[in-house]
Design a protein around this ligand. Structure first.
Ligand code: ZN
Length: 263
């Protein structure tokens, strides 16, 4: 089918505007739609030809965009994680620190990787870390001058398992602190903290922008023109998204009710 035949198929001329092309396509495809002519092979063939003609005309007109339409879905996010964090920090700095005795134990650092969905919904993770603890020989009843466990340092390295709660909406690179779960202090000094660096794995097709999740999706040209119902994967499961007829490239659709507040 050459471009002239394509226009003929839609019953229009090359002079038709983009809007007129779309309108002609909508009318012709309705006329030959397979749902209306279930047993008419001729109509089905014509429907396919109309789609093909429209595709070729559109490609011809808009070489840049071709038949690719993008739309994105925004799941608004009501997480105020950062605010909670800020509040915590302020309360902490307002309180005067009690006078320190001994030497504070050092902090212990670890990294936890979570999925994109887990960052949206929040999750619990069991983590295994090693940090220093007081050796049993430090207790008076166990005291010995020659401890083989700690070589008389008074400290031993031990493995600990912690069940941590990762709040929803956490950003990659954000840090969680568990007070007092770091290395043990010396001479009555405070324990250090356990510092957990959260890394969020990337998910293909999804981008986080602030508190929104943007999902980029490519739909077919007929779907864009006629409208369609498309399955959209979300952290809450697959959701049906209605695409209105005549959607334009780059247009955004917002799926309400999938914010962090509603789960
Ligand atoms: Zn010891």
């Amino acid at each position: 089918m050459d471009i002239k035949e394509c226009y003929e198929m839609l019953g229009i001329t090359k002079k038709a505007t983009d809007e007129q092309v779309k309108k002609a396509y909508r009318e012709k495809s309705k006329q030959f739609h397979p749902d209306l002519h279930r047993y008419d092979k001729d109509a089905t063939a014509k429907f396919a030809k109309v789609s093909e003609a429209y595709r070729l005309i559109s490609e011809n007109r808009e070489k840049k965009h071709k038949s690719i339409f993008n739309f994105c879905t925004i799941f608004s996010d009501a997480v105020s994680k950062t605010n909670t964090e800020k509040k915590k920090e302020t309360t902490k700095s307002e309180k005067p620190e009690p006078e320190q005795k001994g030497i504070r134990g050092s902090d212990v650092y670890t990294t936890v990787e979570i999925t994109f969905e887990e960052s949206i919904l929040g999750c619990r993770k069991e983590i295994t870390v090693q940090h220093e603890e007081i050796c049993p020989c430090s207790k008076e009843e166990n005291h010995t001058d020659n401890c083989t466990i700690c070589n008389n340092t008074g400290k031993v390295l031990k493995k600990f398992i912690y069940d941590i709660s990762i709040p929803r909406g956490i950003f990659s690179g954000q840090v969680l602190k568990i007070k007092g779960k770091g290395n043990v202090g010396i001479n009555g000094g405070k324990n250090g903290d356990l510092v957990i660096n959260i890394q969020v794995k990337q998910k293909k097709g999804f981008v986080r922008t602030g508190q929104d999740v943007v999902y980029y999706m490519t739909i077919s040209f007929p779907q864009a023109v006629l409208g369609a119902v498309i399955n959209v994967p979300t952290a809450y499961g697959t959701v049906n998204c209605e695409i209105p007829a005549g959607i334009k490239p780059g247009e955004q659709l917002c799926l309400a009710g999938y914010s962090f507040k509603n789960c």
